[in-house]
Design a protein around this ligand. Structure first.
Ligand code: TPP
Length: 574
């Protein structure tokens, strides 16, 4: 069968099971948009290419399947660099197709030419410039394979216009053959035995679960390991939901804004079992002072992670699910040989910290409205399996701290890159992937202004996402740092509560919109929003700008120097 390169590209995407793609056309990608008309693939027309990338990410977060985005060359390609970097930092599988000027004129500064492959090389797992239409099926197959295997991540395929128009003979490769790319998924049996032995000596163990648990679909295996060992678990910002918050051994989020018990348990532990986590600086604080007395077992599919920040005593390269399943067997065998130390004292200590240092805020009836109260109300008035997306800032930290994540793949956020503007498009992508589930985005007013125009996309496509703006009239997280570390010298952080008018703006974009100023209106308005299922809803919650995120470990400080909320600290502001 003779096809154009463009037809072959669409057919290859269909062969890979693509059901939806997010994008926006232009000159260099025009030939590919033509056969799309006859394709089974649903295309969602975004209003900015950054939106397409984050939607693809949200779709991948929620479904585990690769998200697909397609944009044109030049400024469209550069507009999608941020989502590529975001997906790279958070190991999210997305496949981005970019148009390119004709191969014959590359290098002549042709209209809308940019070196997309060069620009995106550091922020993709791999990228390809197609130079011959006959390569299209092979490259697309490889692209999906690389994006979804090993440590997942973004890939990019750059498609010159003349290659799109070139004729090729259709063929679909039976297999992928990439000699230099063979991710090691099975952990080394000796290392696994060594790990089980260390686990059998630990008196203060902590499982440090990272986003890799979710990527490896290892939540069930993790639960089995926890129930077998009685080891407590912290779930990082990227792993919220990987282990249920309502489990008695779940300590919640560690790190810069983690709760006291999760942070301190790691500090005092004698064994950290890092599963698909990467010793991020927002978790470790000052590295030299991080869990100084702990031995380390580190499991990761990416060998480059082992020893990158902290030298492990037992490094294990492998897929988290497969390694945990083997660990369960090895721990059982070890337990059959000898008794493991009692963890009663450790469990008692953890519970005491939980009672003594809970997360805390106070909502008084007459206001002002506390952001934490809004989040708690959303949490308590939505289905248990609601998917929550967030932007970046205070609202993200409060949501991660306070939501009860009892199911994997319910928390969609930008961890590594910290991309303001992520929430709205990511929520849209998640809702497209999981239309039967309720999807809320908790966004900041600053973040919302960066990508809000994608609500036009959501209205046009009838994608009923729900957005809660925690409108504190400030770039709140930056304000918090200026208050605490720059002697309250506020520099360029004030936004205004009503410029823009969020309700009018949301209505203009086809959404139902509400404004809430008082605590008593919070729950009734959430209930009204929950009833809307044919278009997006936006609620402008006017929240107290003075509220800060606590606990906090200041950047570069040791986790032992965790700052509790001075207003609620019974221990004299340690
Ligand atoms: C694209 C981008 N620009 C700048 C920053 C730095 N930054 C981090 S949080 C933040 C403030 C976010 O403000 P808002 O969306 O209102 O959320 P809040 O912290 O008030 O909850 C800024 C500017 C960033 N993370 N991303």
């Amino acid at each position: 069968m003779q096809l154009t390169g463009a037809q072959a590209l669409i057919k290859s995407l269909e062969m890979e099971g693509t059901e939806v793609m997010f994008g926006l056309p232009g000159g260099a990608i025009l030939p590919v948009y033509d056969p799309l008309i006859d394709s089974s693939i649903r295309h969602i027309l975004v209003r900015h290419e950054q939106g397409a990338g984050h939607m693809a990410e949200g779709y991948a977060h929620a479904t585990g399947r690769p998200g697909v985005a397609m944009v044109t060359s030049g400024p469209a390609a550069t507009n999608i660099v941020t989502p590529l970097c975001d997906a790279y930092m958070d190991s999210i599988p997305i496949v981005v197709i970019t148009g390119q000027v004709p191969y014959s004129v590359i290098g002549t500064d042709a209209f809308q030419e940019c070196d997309t492959v060069g620009i995106t090389m550091p922020v993709t797992k791999h990228n390809w410039l197609i130079t011959d239409a006959n390569d299209v099926p092979r490259v697309i197959r490889e692209a999906f394979h690389v994006a979804t295997t090993g440590r997942p991540g973004p890939v990019l395929v750059d498609m010159p216009k003349d290659v799109s128009n070139q004729m090729m003979s259709w063929h679909w490769p039976d297999a992928v053959d990439l000699p230099g790319y063979k991710p090691n998924t099975v952990g080394h049996p000796k290392q696994i035995k060594d790990a089980a032995r260390l686990m059998g000596d630990a008196k203060r163990p902590v499982i440090y679960a990272g986003g890799g648990i979710l990527k490896a679909r290892a939540a069930e295996a993790l639960k089995e390991l926890v129930e077998l060992t009685g080891f407590p678990v912290v779930t990082t910002l990227m792993a919220r939901g990987a282990f249920p918050d309502d489990h008695e051994l779940c300590l919640g989020m560690p790190g810069m804004h983690g709760n006291y018990t999760a942070v301190t348990a790691m500090q005092k532990s004698d064994l950290l079992i890092a599963l698909g986590s990467r010793f991020d600086d927002r978790v470790t604080g000052k590295v030299d002072a991080f869990a100084a007395g702990a031995k380390i077992i580190h499991v990761d599919i990416d060998p480059a992670e082992l020893g990158k920040v902290r030298r492990p005593d037992v490094p294990i390269v492998g897929d988290c699910r497969l390694v945990i399943e083997e660990l369960v067997k090895a721990v059982r065998a070890e337990k059959a040989k000898r008794e493991f130390p009692s963890l009663d004292d450790w469990h008692r200590q953890l519970r005491q910290w939980q009672v003594e240092f809970p997360l805390h805020y106070e909502q008084v009836e007459e206001g002002p409205l506390k952001p934490q109260f809004v989040i708690d109300s959303l949490r308590d008035n939505t289905p248990d399996d609601t998917i929550v997306a967030s932007g970046v800032g205070q609202h993200q930290m409060w949501t991660s701290q306070r939501w009860k994540f009892n199911h994997p793949y319910t928390w969609v956020n930008s961890g590594g890159l910290g991309t303001m503007g992520f929430a709205v498009p990511a929520a849209i992508g998640a809702k497209v992937g999981k239309p039967e589930r309720m999807v809320w985005a908790v966004d900041g007013d600053g973040c919302f202004q960066m990508t809000a125009q994608e609500l036009v996309t959501a209205s046009a496509e009838r994608i009923p996402v729900k957005i809660a703006i925690l409108n504190n009239a400030y770039l709140g997280m930056v304000r918090q740092w200026q208050e605490l570390f720059y002697e309250e010298r506020y520099s360029e952080v004030y936004l205004s509560p009503d410029l823009p008018d969020y309700v009018k703006w949301a209505e203009a974009m086809g959404c139902v919109a509400f404004r809430v100023d008082t605590p008593e209106d919070v729950v009734p308005t959430i209930e009204k929003a929950n009833e809307v299922d044919d278009r997006p809803v936006v609620i402008d919650f006017r929240t107290d700008y003075r509220e800060k995120v606590y606990p906090m470990v200041a950047a570069g400080s040791a986790n032992d120097d965790i700052i509790l909320d001075p207003a609620h600290d019974k221990h004299g502001g340690r």
